[in-house]
Ligand binder design. Structure first.
Ligand code: NVA
Length: 313
């Protein structure tokens, strides 16, 4: 059966650990496995702005021996010029996998329902699961001496900022899958989707992790091993930028906030970052920041994910 990666919990805890182990191996040797040698093509469909996503998938697919076919969503007009199901049938006859950055999660679910090659979510309004794989890889890399991927269960990951966005939802699901204690610090007006919180709690109950939603930045960050934030204005929300600032100011990741976390806490941000808004320059450019490794790890994590999904075909 074709496996897709549409949300973080499409990988079981064991499968997520396998992908992360392979990603660590790719970090050490970028050509350890080249399952797309042929070259076989992978379509990378981009409906929203992108830098890391198009470069990391483009480079990664090439390093796997394949050919990345980058498609500008404005030209393709998926769901507008032609239906998603027709697009799926056309692409499925030509490529070995489909990577898609788009708007609604329903769009990527419809694509996956009509195709027999793996579909990978490269960000939707609801989830950003490839980013969370890269984030977990970054933590495993920093904790290599303590066991790497095996060191993830039991760590506390605190995310402060917009709790209603794709990153918060993916931290909940992906962090719970990894057996972490995930805390979301967010204003009451921007809480995560209740169904996602329930799903994450159910996963956490099986992995030894936990999930907590709090409206107090200090509660979220107290003693945390990993601290993360994200923009207050996600792609598609640009028109609301002015009113999206005030509610999040108390959840800014500044030096005072970071001091509440564990002394060796690592700082993550998926980028692009807005210094002085959700994070201060002192924190993102400071000694605890792992954001450049985190960005590079998109490449290694996605290569491992693609290789793993292709193996299940
Ligand atoms: N929440 C952000 C993530 C960017 C990688 C957005 O959707 O724009």
């Amino acid at each position: 059966m074709t496996r897709h990666f549409l949300r973080d919990d499409d990988l079981s805890p064991r499968e997520q650990a396998e992908v992360l182990e392979l990603a660590l191996a790719y970090r050490d040797d970028r050509f350890i496995r080249t399952p797309l040698t042929g070259p076989r093509a992978v379509a990378v469909l981009l409906d929203k702005p992108t830098l890391r996503t198009q470069v990391s998938f483009g480079v990664g697919i090439a390093e796997l021996g394949g050919y990345p076919m980058l498609v500008d969503g404005r030209l393709a007009g998926i769901g507008v010029r032609e239906s998603i199901s027709d697009t799926a049938k056309v692409l499925g006859s030509m490529v070995s996998a489909i990577v898609w950055r788009t708007y609604g999660q329903d769009r990527i679910e419809e694509m996956a329902a009509h195709v027999s090659v793996p579909v990978i979510n490269a960000l939707t309004d609801q989830f950003h699961p490839c980013q969370i794989l890269a984030d977990l890889l970054t933590v495993a890399q920093v904790r290599r001496k303590q066991g790497g991927v095996a060191a993830l269960p039991g760590l506390t990951l605190a995310y402060v900022g917009d709790g209603a966005n794709n990153m918060a939802a993916s931290y909940l699901l992906g962090g719970a899958t990894a057996g972490m204690h995930v805390r979301i610090g967010t204003p009451a007006s921007h809480v995560p989707d209740a169904a996602v919180v329930a799903d994450a709690a159910a996963i956490a109950a099986t992995t030894g992790g936990s999930v907590q939603i709090t409206h107090d930045r200090a509660v979220a960050l107290a003693g945390a091993d990993v601290v993360a934030t994200d923009t207050w204005v996600s792609m598609g929300q640009e028109a609301e930028a002015a009113e999206r600032e005030a509610p999040f100011v108390p959840f800014r990741l500044d030096a005072e906030a970071l001091a509440l976390a564990a002394p060796d806490a690592i700082v993550l941000h998926c980028l692009p970052a807005y210094r002085g808004k959700e994070i201060t320059a002192e924190v993102i450019d400071g000694p605890q920041s792992a954001v450049w490794d985190e960005a590079e790890n998109r490449l290694h994590a996605q290569k491992a994910l693609l290789a793993w999904l292709l193996e299940q075909q």
